[in-house]
Every structure is written in structure tokens, then in C-alpha cells.
Design a protein around this ligand. Structure first.
Ligand SMILES: Cc1cc2nc3c(=O)[nH]c(=O)nc-3n(C[C@H](O)[C@H](O)[C@H](O)COP(=O)(O)OP(=O)(O)OC[C@H]3O[C@@H](n4cnc5c(N)ncnc54)[C@H](O)[C@@H]3O)c2cc1C
Length: 399
């Protein structure tokens, strides 16, 4: 990092101002991202494997944390400099606007971090500083082979034994499960019949004896997801988020951030990828309708950003974001599928035949975008929530 930048960002008054003023923070951050030569390696970076990507993204987090830039939006108790969700949204927006990668770890931090902070502040104080510095990241262990859309039937059990819980069962589709240092798991502490009332949330170290993690190779060839097995893994009761039996409330709190911040972050990345796609077409002859499709895709991204910005502002104001966040989720899936279908159609040779890193990245992203209507809550379920709980439509006959 340059000496000038260090001086600028270590100015205590400036930091205090930025925590109160996301626009001032944005200006300073933009200047840093444009001027700092050490960031060049993360501009438009492509990665051959998920493991490479996570390691390299962690190094970017370390640079950002070292300079203080990714500490805004988080409280002092976890090594932050204050501010709120708007600061984090600005960080992702400016990284993407500068053509830089947004570290993948931020998606999981946005999904899990606020709930850990709220329901287990001691764990947040212990582990989040390292997370912000790229030293570790966490996976979300909710889904099971027989429990996805309906998590109330999940079976992975945690039985209390003295000061510990003993975990047995299985999780599946854990994003970055094989590189995460810790897993935040929704587990059953009550009877199966107690459904969502018998669930608890607990943070488990991946290295705990009795935890085994098996990567799942995706169609793209990347090991982005994992299966996690618990075979009498002993976890201290101090690792609970909230109280025993409060897991569903923690999950509902968490979901607001998963919907709002994840969608915003992904929208900023989609903006960058659309710009990069347009740049790749310079000098090529375009088929009929391509320009129109670019326009449609751009409008979808702007729609998502407008909607998601409102959700982020509500979170920053301390409001609860309810079932209407399902709208953000649907808009995100529209953007993800639309953008990558456009890339597939305008880059036919890259998609079919080329193996350079740029082509591989587009192909891997296209495969991943197929999951956008199922991961984190399927589009059908989201539409059901919007119909029932936002619009208050009557139930369908026979439903
Ligand atoms: C890329 C990817 C990453 C993921 N990452 C994680 C992660 O990090 N952590 C984690 O815990 N999980 C993760 N998941 C799992 C994901 O959250 C589940 O796949 C999702 O919740 C759906 O559950 P399911 O796969 O069991 O499908 P099911 O619930 O079995 O659904 C199957 C089909 O039935 C439909 N359906 C089900 N219920 C209804 C209903 N009530 N109304 C209408 N239609 C319905 C669904 O829309 C779907 O089409 C990930 C999944 C993917 C694909």
C-alpha cells in the first residue's frame, strides 16, 4: 500500500466522519481502489479452481482489512470502525465499479455474520476480526438430503451432554464447506415432531474430530459445494447462537441479510460482468436482437439494484425485512440467468471450444447461474411466499 494512502486512512477524524457518512466513505474508497497499484492483480481475475479463488480472494480481504476499508459497516467489538449496512453495500459496489473481484467470502459473511453478531456476540468478537482479515470464513450448514425447502423437518441431531452438544447426522450443499474453517449449523435439539420449535443454531469448527467434509464436484468441475457428516462430534455449548430451541428465530433473522446483502453484492458483480461482456464484443459483428438483450439485461440489473438498495436502507435503519425480501431473491435469479444466457449466446465459441481462463470463467458462471432459482430458497417457494404473505392471495383450491 502507498504511504500516502496509509496516512489518509489512518486519520482518526476522517474515519469518524466516514462511519457517519457513507458518501464520504465512498469517495475515499473510490480514490483508493483507483490509485492503489497493488490491487491490479484482482482486476477482472479468473480462477481455475474454487480453492484458488478462495485463497486469492482472502488475500484481497487482507489488503482491504489492513487499510481499514472493509471494517466500515461493522462495530468496534469485531474490529470494525462503525457505520452500517450501507457502508458494506458501498464497498461491494465500488469494488465492482473498479473492475475488481468482490471476495466470495463476503457472501457468506453477509449471510452469517449479522446473526452471529446479534445472537453470539462473544463468538463474533472472537472470530470476526480474523474473517474480515481473510484469515478464515464460514459455511452455512442448513440443508440436508431430506430437508431443503422445508427445513422444519431437518434431522441432524445435537444432544446435550454436560457442557457440550454431541452432533450426529448430515448436511449437504454447503457452499465452500470444504474450505470453510467453521460451519454455522441448524440442528435438531428437540423432537422431530416439534418441527421448527425444536431447532438450534450452533457454530462448529470444521476440524472438530467426528466432522468429515466431502467436496461435491459441480457440472463446471468446480468443488464449490460440500457434504458434511457429523459422527458424534463434540461441540461446546458456548458455541450456540442464541438459546437452545431458538434456532428458527436465528435463521429468520439471518435470512433478511442473506436476501438483502447477498442480492445487492451479486447485482454489483453482475454490473461488472455485463460491462466486461460488452467489452469482449468490441469489433465483433452482432446478431440481430443482441443489443436489445443487452438493454434488457441492464434494465434487470438496475431494477434489482433499485429494489435491493431499498432493502439495504431498511436494514441499515434497523427495520425488519419480512417476506417481501422474496421479491429481491426472484429479481436476482432473473439477473443471474439472463446475464449468463446472454453471455452463452453472444460468445458461442468461448462457451463451446475455448479453454483459456476467461472462457472457463464464463462457462463456470453459466453453470452456477442455473442454481440461482433453487439455492437459498427456490423460485417456486419464493413466489408462494409473495402470493400468500405479501399479496395475501387466497389459497389455491386443493393446496
Ligand atoms: C449452488 C447451491 C448452493 C447452495 N448453498 C447452500 C449452503 O451454503 N447451505 C445450505 O444449507 N444449503 C445450500 N444450498 C441448498 C439450497 O438452499 C436448497 O437446494 C434449496 O433450499 C432447495 O432445497 P432442496 O434442494 O432440498 O429442494 P426441494 O425442497 O426438495 O425442492 C425440490 C423442488 O420442489 C419445489 N418445491 C418444494 N417445496 C415447494 C413448495 N412449498 N411450493 C412449491 N414448490 C416447492 C422446489 O421449488 C423445487 O423445484 C445450495 C444449493 C445450491 C444449488
Amino acid at each position: 500500500m502507498t504511504g500516502a494512502t496509509r496516512m489518509e486512512i489512518s486519520h482518526p477524524d476522517a474515519r469518524a466522519d466516514w462511519a457517519q457518512d457513507p458518501s464520504a466513505y465512498r469517495q475515499a474508497l473510490r480514490h483508493f481502489l483507483d490509485a492503489e497499484p497493488a490491487l491490479e492483480r484482482w482486476r477482472g481475475a479468473d480462477y481455475p479452481t474454487t480453492e484458488d479463488r478462495m485463497t486469492d480472494n482472502a488475500a484481497l480481504m487482507n489488503v482491504l482489512s489492513d487499510g481499514g476499508w472493509n471494517r466500515y459497516g461493522w462495530p468496534a467489538a469485531v474490529g470494525g470502525y462503525g457505520g452500517d449496512e450501507r457502508h458494506r453495500a458501498v464497498l461491494y459496489d465500488e469494488l465492482s465499479a473498479a473492475g475488481l473481484v468482490v471476495p466470495e467470502q463476503y457472501k457468506l459473511l453477509e449471510t452469517l455474520g449479522p446473526a452471529v453478531l446479534r445472537f453470539a456476540p462473544a463468538l463474533a468478537a472472537q472470530f470476526m476480526p480474523s474473517y474480515l482479515a481473510g484469515g478464515e470464513w464460514w459455511g452455512q450448514g442448513f440443508s440436508e438430503p431430506e430437508a431443503g425447502s422445508d427445513l422444519a423437518v431437518l434431522r441432524c441431531r445435537a444432544r446435550r451432554e454436560g457442557e457440550n452438544y454431541v452432533l450426529s447426522g448430515q448436511k449437504i450443499w454447503t457452499s465452500h464447506g470444504s474450505t470453510a474453517r467453521r460451519l454455522v449449523c441448524l440442528v435438531r435439539t428437540g423432537t422431530l415432531e416439534s418441527r421448527h420449535r425444536g431447532l438450534s443454531m450452533i457454530m462448529v469448527d470444521a476440524e472438530t474430530p467426528g466432522v468429515s467434509i466431502r467436496p461435491i464436484a459441480l457440472a463446471s468441475g468446480h468443488n464449490e459445494l460440500a457434504e458434511v457428516f457429523f459422527d458424534d462430534a463434540v461441540v461446546p455449548a458456548s458455541r450456540l447462537l442464541g438459546e437452545e430451541g431458538q434456532g428458527w428465530a436465528v435463521a429468520m433473522y439471518l435470512l433478511q441479510f442473506e436476501r438483502a446483502m447477498y442480492a445487492w453484492l451479486s447485482a454489483t458483480v453482475a454490473s461488472r460482468r455485463l460491462r466486461e461482456l460488452r467489452a469482449m464484443l468490441t469489433g465483433r459483428r452482432l446478431a440481430d436482437g443482441v443489443v436489445r438483450r443487452f438493454g434488457e439485461c441492464y434494465c434487470d440489473i438496475v431494477t434489482l439494484k433499485a429494489r435491493s438498495a431499498d432493502t439495504v436502507r431498511r436494514l441499515a435503519a434497523g427495520q425488519t425485512v419480512g417476506p417481501e425480501a422474496s421479491i429481491d431473491k426472484i429479481l436476482l435469479a432473473t439477473v443471474e440467468t439472463g446475464l449468463h444466457d446472454l453471455a452463452r449466446d453472444v460468445l458461442p465459441d468461448e462457451f463451446l471450444f475455448q479453454d483459456d481462463p476467461v472462457a472457463q470463467q464464463w462457462r463456470a458462471e453459466w453453470w452456477y447461474s442455473r442454481a440461482s432459482t433453487i439455492m437459498g430458497g427456490s423460485a417456486e417457494v419464493q413466489r408462494g411466499i409473495i402470493a400468500d404473505r405479501v399479496l395475501g392471495l387466497p389459497k389455491e383450491r386443493g393446496a
